[in-house]
Write a protein that binds this ligand. Structure first.
Ligand SMILES: [Fe+2]
Ligand SMILES: [Fe+2]
Length: 171
């Protein structure tokens, strides 16, 4: 599936689901974050042979019930509850339990062996650079996300002209 198809799928999910998301209007976790995670999750799903539509919908809904950009500990659970109702209404053909389990666990700081869950968790963690945080390769579940993270970090180093290892100057 070409990237344009995945972008179109994310756009369709956004048109249907965005009006129900409480995170609308947030700076860091608003609709543009949901859109980027949806697209990246879909692309990872294609790379690992998982269902792209499930990955896109899951990516779009993973933070849907966030109410602020702070340390909202309840948002994975709240988002899974809201996502369940929306998936049952708009996407009844998808595996709602598997998707909602992935959403519920997305902020737990763990890795997973379930390939569909991995698409969401890795897509969200690859997004950490938007808030200036370094991506921890140990917390990525798929090889393809690790490759992508290395590529992104090295292109960032090139842009910033930062050497791979900073050698402290001797006095
Ligand atoms: Fe989150
Ligand atoms: Fe997120």
């Amino acid at each position: 599936m070409i990237k344009d198809k995945i972008v179109e799928m994310a756009k369709n999910a956004e048109d249907l689901l965005a009006p129900f998301c409480t995170c609308r209007g947030l700076g860091l976790h608003g609709i543009s974050h949901l859109r980027r995670v949806a697209i990246l999750s879909g692309r990872l799903a294609e790379a690992v042979g998982e269902d792209v539509e499930s990955a896109v919908v899951m990516g779009f809904l993973h933070d849907c019930a966030r109410r602020n950009d702070g340390n909202d500990l309840e948002h994975p659970h709240d988002s899974a509850v809201l996502a369940r109702g929306l998936i049952e209404r708009f996407f009844p053909h998808l595996e709602v339990d598997r998707i909602c389990d992935a959403i519920e666990g997305h902020a737990g700081g763990e890795v997973t062996t379930d390939p569909l869950t991995a698409c969401l968790w890795d897509a969200d963690r690859l997004e950490l650079k938007r808030i200036g945080r370094t991506i921890d390769l140990e917390l990525l579940s798929t090889k393809v996300a690790k490759r992508l993270a290395r590529k992104r970090m090295s292109s960032l180093r090139t842009i910033l002209k930062v050497p791979e290892k900073v050698v402290p100057r001797s006095r």
